[in-house]
Write a protein that binds this ligand. Structure first.
Ligand SMILES: [Zn+2]
Length: 435
């Protein structure tokens, strides 16, 4: 196992490193990015010497919209000629978000991704099959340079052409693979369809991210491919993959690269810090980035943080898996509710199909959250929709949801195909309170 000294710093050594780097970052952003100068002046927060990590709370937030407004290069803090590489989001919801890296930034990013690979169990000399997409997306090149940094042999397979992926994996004898978890399940299907026996594969670990996934998917992947599957987290605005990654030893929380990123977990409504262990929005401040410094960026990703020591020997804080997005959050009678929490309850009921909708409305100024879910065809063949058995099931769902989110709900169990189907992204929530 390879541990970097930066992952074993004492609390006080880490805090003093973060303090020094935060002071530098605020000064650097203020001096070189007109947007940050206006933002900090507007909040009455000019750069000053001797900042402590907790002083970050006095600084104003940066949001996704600010990044879009500064399209393409408005947030760069160095001359364009000193930007060694540019990446960008796909821009499916508007203008893409463009980010830049100096040579120094690329080196930091490579080190973060190298640490992530080491967290998964990679060792110098291993062969890594990198099936993340190459291009403007940060996944492919991010892991690629991390693998080179760690001394691995990289196969830049990129995504697609799954048959060929199977062939390369077996012929080259890859020790590790990096890609999205859903794509690795596709590859596992293709391996089985091609009749390749498990003994023909040498895979020991899989570094999976760029989309939400579950413990159930981890169990399937690990069983089918005989690997340790770990979750890697990152977003292009912050640097790309390698902001945090699970360790193979625990697979319980993703170790944050705290020497490069200052992480806060805030209540998405009030902007106040939540307790360790409580879910809130992850807010990032970069500590070492030259081309694209970032001050208190509201990621929209919801997770909790755990600062207890880990058995792997790293002292860095761990974030939970992403629990959802702030864009999806509902406030029901003052309680923050995430559709994913209710979905988790529904998916545990074998008689309920994975088609549901959450409808919120008001009765006499009181919020009502109604869960509309379809019964399975098998259930309806055995019992009627309005049967005693169905009513008992609905009552159990009410209790299970209350146990999960702490709020009472109404549950309507419907016949198959009652919930409207969507062509693209499913519309899970209808909030009629302001309608
Ligand atoms: Zn660990």
């Amino acid at each position: 196992m390879i541990l970097s000294p930066q992952e074993q710093l004492s609390q006080s050594a880490l805090a003093s490193l973060q303090a020094q780097r935060l002071t530098w970052t605020v000064r650097h952003a203020y001096d070189h990015v007109p947007f940050y100068r206006r933002l900090l002046d507007g909040a009455g927060r000019k750069p000053r010497e001797g900042m402590r990590p907790e002083d970050v709370r006095d600084l104003p937030f940066t949001r996704k919209q600010d990044l879009r407004d500064q399209y393409p290069f408005g947030l760069f803090a160095v001359d364009r000629k000193d930007v060694a590489r540019i990446h960008a989001s796909s821009g499916t919801r508007g203008k893409p978000t463009v980010v830049g890296y100096t040579k120094g930034d690329l080196a930091v990013w490579a080190e973060c991704c190298a640490r992530a690979l080491a967290l998964a169990g990679a060792e110098p000399g291993d062969l890594l099959h990198n099936a993340y997409g190459y291009g403007l997306f940060t996944g492919g090149l991010g892991l690629h340079q991390g693998a080179e940094f760690l001394g691995l042999t990289v196969v830049p397979a990129s995504g697609g052409a799954t048959q060929r992926q199977v062939q390369l994996l077996t012929d080259f004898g890859a020790d590790g693979i990096s890609c999205t978890p859903s794509y690795l399940l596709n590859i596992a299907d293709a391996i089985e369809a091609a009749g390749v026996p498990r003994s023909a594969l040498r895979l020991r670990y899989a570094v999976l991210g760029a989309e939400p996934w579950t413990e159930e998917m981890r169990r399937q992947i690990e069983e089918r491919l005989g690997v340790d599957a770990v979750d890697i987290y990152g977003l292009s605005e912050v640097i790309g993959p390698g902001v945090a990654c699970e360790c193979r030893e625990e697979k319980h929380g993703l170790h944050l690269m705290e020497d490069h990123f200052l992480v806060e977990v805030l209540d998405p409504q009030s902007g106040e810090p939540v307790e360790d262990g409580e879910v809130g929005e992850l807010v990032f401040t970069s500590l070492t980035k030259e081309a694209f410094p970032l001050i208190r960026y509201r990621s929209g990703d919801l997770a909790s943080i755990d600062r207890t020591p880990c058995s792997c020997g790293r002292s860095t804080a761990r974030m939970s898996r992403i629990k959802g997005r702030t864009d999806d959050m509902l406030i029901i009678r003052g309680v923050n509710v995430f559709p994913s929490e209710i979905e988790a309850v529904l998916l545990r009921q074998p008689d309920i199909a994975p088609h549901y909708q959450l409808v919120v409305y008001r009765v006499r100024n009181l919020d009502v959250l109604e869960v509309r879910a379809e019964l399975t065809a098998e259930f309806v063949q055995r019992h009627r929709v309005d049967s005693e058995v169905a009513r008992a099931l609905a009552a159990r769902v009410v209790e299970a949801v209350r146990g999960e989110i702490g709020v009472g709900v109404e549950v309507q169990l419907l016949a198959p195909h009652s919930v409207p189907r969507s062509e693209g992204k499913a519309v899970r929530v209808q909030d009629l309170r302001n309608a």
